[in-house]
Design a binder for this molecule. Structure first.
Ligand code: G3H
Length: 248
């Protein structure tokens, strides 16, 4: 049995006041859940939220990191800095970072390795554009993204990775993949992982769905056999809607 994991990706939203209130409110609503709950705020809020979440079952994740420990990389945050704050997770290779900040399968792989080396669990995002899906190339693209992401990752390291399947056409658009379509694609991703690591590890690795997840559609998605959680954008910005998602 895989432990479900529901993570909120706040993207470039939120400031101090609202954020601490959010954690206080969320804590009350999710304290009895069996789901692993993660909030990924902007880097400016990592420290304050880590403090606010102390003693709760809410984990805190970053949205990005550099693969180097330190150096002349203006504006970047290193894995050592995240570990300094005891950050639990880091989203890696979100489609917005691939699209707007030039991230490639190669940099995603470097970041995954570095995160694991520093004791940070990666949430690795993969997904296709509408053009790729319409052309019937979804599976080949996902296979390439998975294979490149997991390059030179050992069996033990692979188990620490959470994969987030996010069809780009479903992000922030209100368009959700149907639960069946999401499940079928995630089952395919699990097959690719099975080819790389064998059945036991592929059955252990958690794969989330992301893309317009909201209180009204989460249950149907989570009922699917291969979907182990959600990476939630817009609906994670209000404690009320995010806690409804966690308590699906
Ligand atoms: O990381 C989260 C995803 O990009 C989904 O965002 P969304 O729930 O606003 O569609």
């Amino acid at each position: 049995m895989r432990l479900p994991i529901i993570a909120g990706n706040w993207k470039m939203h939120m400031t101090k006041n609202g954020a601490v209130e959010f954690i206080k409110e969320l804590e009350k609503e999710v304290k009895d859940t069996d789901v692993e709950v993660v909030i990924c705020p902007p880097a400016t809020l990592l420290n304050i939220l880590k403090e606010a979440a102390k003693g709760t079952n809410i984990k805190i994740g970053a949205q990005n990191m550099h693969w180097e420990k330190q150096g002349a990389f203006t504006g970047e945050v290193s894995p050592i800095m995240l570990k300094d704050l005891d950050i639990d997770y880091c989203i890696i290779g979100h489609s917005e970072r691939r699209q707007y900040f030039g991230e490639t399968n190669e940099t995603v792989n470097k970041k995954i390795k570095s995160a694991i080396d520093h004791g940070i669990n990666p949430i690795v995002c993969i997904g296709e554009t509408l053009e790729v899906r319409k052309a019937g190339n979804t599976n080949s693209l996902l296979k390439e993204q998975v294979t490149e992401a997991f390059k030179n990752i050992t069996d033990e390291e692979a188990k620490k990775i959470v994969v987030a399947y996010e069809p780009i056409w479903a992000i922030g658009t209100g368009e959700t993949a149907t639960p069946e379509m999401a499940n079928e694609t995630i089952a395919y991703i699990r097959e690719v992982i099975k080819d790389l690591y064998g059945e036991d590890i592929s059955e252990e690795i958690r794969i989330q769905y992301g893309g317009s997840v909201k209180p009204s559609n989460v249950q149907e998605l989570m009922n699917q056999e291969d979907i182990d959680g959600a990476l939630v954008g817009g609906a994670s910005l209000k404690a009320d809607s995010f806690s409804q998602i966690v308590n699906f």
